[in-house]
Design a protein around this ligand. Structure first.
Ligand SMILES: [Zn+2]
Length: 68
């Protein structure tokens, strides 16, 4: 699996900021689900989008929205 350059992470984190995606430099995390998202060179956005649209994430999103 080709390594994703760390500069890409900050770009992606900014792009998906509204979806609770953030980076610590070497990996992408979802703060909503408190889980890391594995990326590869070929499918960077696809992996993030897959996470955003999965059931668990949507459920966490709803739970957080109800809290505030
Ligand atoms: Zn999530």
């Amino acid at each position: 699996m080709p390594k994703v350059p760390s500069a890409r992470f900050s770009v992606l984190a900014k792009e998906f900021k509204q979806d609770s995606i953030e980076t610590h430099g070497t990996l992408i995390r979802c703060t909503l689900c408190d889980s890391g998202i594995l990326l590869d060179e070929e499918h960077q956005r696809d992996h993030i989008k897959q996470h955003i649209f999965n059931y668990k994430h949507q459920k966490n999103k709803t739970t957080q929205a109800n809290k505030s």
